[in-house]
Design a protein. Structure first.
Length: 373
């Protein structure tokens, strides 16, 4: 555990230290989010925060390569190169989009390229834990991997709509994912889970290092550079755990053997995935482009109910933690106790959503993050 915590702190520290110079660079290059009708923020704010997080990722991976516990990830394997290749492509794509703005087809093509490069170099879904172990043929493996990556990237991009929202949700989700991946990698000795464990803990570090400058009122936005990078890394962790760890190896004790490696990624990504699905359905039914932006996301609805930005973001964090915690509880406790704890959490959350402090009513909506989703 100490090695993973060291990587977490390194990624967080470098991300935190890089954010101010990246902010200055964004201002110098004119990579800023203007105030538009569909946005909630009321001042021009620099983007490009994802570049600082990318620096945190590189630092964490460099440190991990020197640690004995992570040796299997870096020795005789192309997975780290695959991860870095995909991340580099997505960061370049994000910088271009944050600076000049790309149309949806061009951005989608870049995302497909990043996902395809990762898949062809080894980060791909090899099998699915249904009906025992369902092995995918190479073409299906690549196609399915690309689809998963695209969904994850755009889900995080769509939910990135308030100061600190996307970074915090990813921190909570990655933290939950890390707990289970660590259990498989270290406690059960499954080497294939090591990369998922490492990527998850680095995600926690990157987002925690970025949040001090991104919480309301944000001094910098992560931009598409950041949201797409986080989505790609979450997808990579999911793929290396769900699609490459043999479900038959996860058995016994209090584990939920075959389905938990599938259910947990869905649980930690529940809020971004639900928001993405609702947005696509809503826009398609209205005859609009599914990627056309609007102000009807889940966080916008919380603002319309009278919650402040800080409280709306907190509630989104809490929902993510509740869903992720419920999935994790199944791995460690009898299902009756897990269900009871989840039910209590739901009651508390419903109360918090329906009841707000009196001050919330007079604060109103102040500012938010510029998003393309």
């Amino acid at each position: 555990m100490r090695e993973y915590l060291l990587c977490l702190f390194a990624a967080a520290a470098v991300t935190y230290l890089l954010t101010p110079p990246v902010r200055a660079l964004a201002l110098k290059w004119g990579i800023v989010a203007p105030v538009r009708d569909r946005d909630v923020h009321d001042t021009t704010t620099p983007r490009l925060g994802g570049l600082a997080m990318f620096g945190g990722l590189l630092t964490g991976l460099l440190l991990a390569s020197k640690l004995p516990m992570m040796g299997s990830v870096f020795e005789g394997s192309q997975t780290v190169i695959a991860l870095l290749s995909g991340a580099a492509i997505i960061v370049v794509l994000g910088i271009i989009d944050d600076k000049w703005g790309l149309d949806a087809p061009t951005k989608l093509a870049g995302q497909v390229l990043a996902a395809g490069v990762m898949a062809f170099q080894g980060i791909a879904i090899i099998w699915l834990p249904f009906g025992g172990t369902f092995v995918l043929d190479p073409l299906t493996s690549v196609l399915f991997t690309v689809i998963i990556v695209l969904i994850s990237i755009n889900a995080i991009n769509f939910v990135d709509g308030l100061d600190g929202l996307a970074a915090g949700i990813v921190a909570v989700a990655a933290g939950a994912f890390f707990v289970y991946a660590y259990l498989l990698s270290v406690e059960l000795g499954l080497e294939r889970a090591t990369l998922a464990t490492l990527v998850s803990v680095l995600l926690v570090g990157m987002t925690l290092g970025f949040l001090p400058n991104n919480l309301f009122p944000a001094r910098i936005f992560m931009g598409d550079t950041g949201s797409m990078l986080l989505g790609l890394l979450l997808a990579a962790a999911t793929i290396t755990l769900t699609g490459q760890v043999d479900p038959s190896a996860v058995s016994g004790g209090a584990f939920f053997p075959a389905l938990l490696p599938v259910l947990l990624p869905l649980a930690v990504m529940a809020i971004p995935l639900i928001d993405l699905a609702l947005a696509v359905i809503r826009r398609t039914r209205a005859g609009r482009n599914p990627f056309a932006p609007d102000k009807q996301h889940l966080h916008h609805r919380l603002l319309e109910m009278g919650h402040s930005q800080r409280r709306a973001v907190f509630l989104m964090y809490a929902v993510t933690a509740l869903i992720s915690g419920a999935a994790l509880a199944v791995a460690f406790f009898p299902i009756v106790y897990a269900a009871a704890g989840t039910a209590i959490g739901v009651v508390i959350l419903v109360y918090l959503v329906r009841h707000r402090p009196a001050l919330e009513n007079v604060r109103g909506i102040s500012r938010s993050v510029d998003r393309t989703g």
